[in-house]
Design a protein around this ligand. Structure first.
Ligand SMILES: Nc1ncnc2c1ncn2[C@@H]1O[C@H](COP(=O)(O)OP(=O)(O)OP(=O)(O)O)[C@@H](O)[C@H]1O
Ligand SMILES: [Mg+2]
Length: 288
């Protein structure tokens, strides 16, 4: 029926028994994100004395590769910079792949974020490993080279944390291939047990508070979860009443739109960018 080279092969090496797998599975735990108000939005469910309880992870799930999405000026870069310097301050090496802004500018933003968080930048700058894709069109176009460079950086610096700002810049003019590119990047981060925040840009036409980003829903589907950042102009008395704001003001909103690695809060929350340039997640807008 099949030519001998195409006879379907049984891949016994890809069949696993749950009991054996669970002993090898990573423990579900949180990594403090450095973003006020975020860490308690992820939790696990535990059964204690036959009662089901929610227990905060006090961080984003370790080994998760999460999308951070929103339209321009919603605070995506600030959020991932805050995360990067927080990990560096915990003594962890962070690989920061900068796709839009040249690395010499990104390092200044990281320094600002560290200062706002009260970290001594001189003590943490050695933990920040930047890959400058912004100044190299050839590297931007060559995903295998980028992946090899990332792998090299993970190994050489023993890094367990990654930031990409942004992946959208890696598939400009070729959104058809977004899925393939994102899957390759996802795989190299998973193989190297990275905990990662990956920025992707939303177009104005996308629904504000969903995982859809440039490249369609591909990004959200492939990665482990999505953090959505939005801003809204108060342009009606309805919104002014709803958010207790004046017409003409801007409000910022935040939502976790799915996460496969742990349970999470699903409400839309108020969000602020403080005058020192830090993201703070506030109360839910849902009245419980
Ligand atoms: N120190 C600060 N004080 C007040 N607001 C600030 C401060 N620093 C940044 N912001 C606000 O945060 C906004 C943008 O944040 P950020 O650069 O993270 O957006 P972004 O979502 O990454 O946008 P893009 O998609 O264009 O890269 C700034 O334009 C500004 O409005
Ligand atoms: Mg940005």
């Amino acid at each position: 029926m099949y030519p001998s080279s195409q006879v379907p092969k049984i891949r016994k090496d890809k069949i696993f028994i749950g009991k054996e797998l669970i002993s090898k599975a990573p423990k579900i735990e949180g990594v403090p994100s450095g973003i006020e108000g975020l860490d308690d939005l992820f939790f696990i469910i535990e059964t204690k004395k036959k009662k089901i309880e929610k227990k905060s992870l006090k961080g984003i799930p370790k080994y998760s590769v999460l999308q951070v999405t929103g339209v321009s000026d919603t605070g995506k870069s600030i959020m991932v910079e805050q995360f990067a310097v927080t990990q560096a301050n915990r003594g962890e090496k962070v690989v920061f792949i900068t796709v839009e802004t040249p690395a010499i500018f990104t390092i200044n933003s990281l320094k600002l974020r560290a200062a706002a968080l009260g970290y001594d930048f001189n003590k943490i700058d050695k933990n920040l490993i930047l890959i400058d894709v912004a100044t190299d069109n050839a590297l931007r176009e060559n995903i295998p080279d980028l992946i090899a460079t990332m792998s090299y950086a993970f190994d050489t610096y023993d890094a367990k944390f990654t930031v990409i700002d942004s992946i959208t810049g890696l598939f400009e003019n070729k959104e058809m291939t977004a899925r393939t590119i994102i899957r390759k990047l996802y795989n190299v981060m998973k193989e190297n047990f990275q905990t990662a925040l990956v920025v992707s840009q939303k177009r104005g036409s996308h629904e504000e508070l969903t995982a859809e980003a440039a490249g369609g829903y591909a990004v959200g589907h492939i990665l482990d979860g999505t953090l959505v950042l939005a801003k809204e102009l108060i342009n009606s008395s309805y919104k002014a009443n709803l958010y207790h704001k004046k017409i003409g003001e801007i409000i910022r909103l935040f939502r976790i739109d799915g996460c496969r690695l742990s349970a999470h809060d699903t409400d839309t929350h108020h969000m602020q960018i403080t005058d020192t340039g830090l993201i703070v997640i506030g109360e839910s807008i849902v009245e419980h």
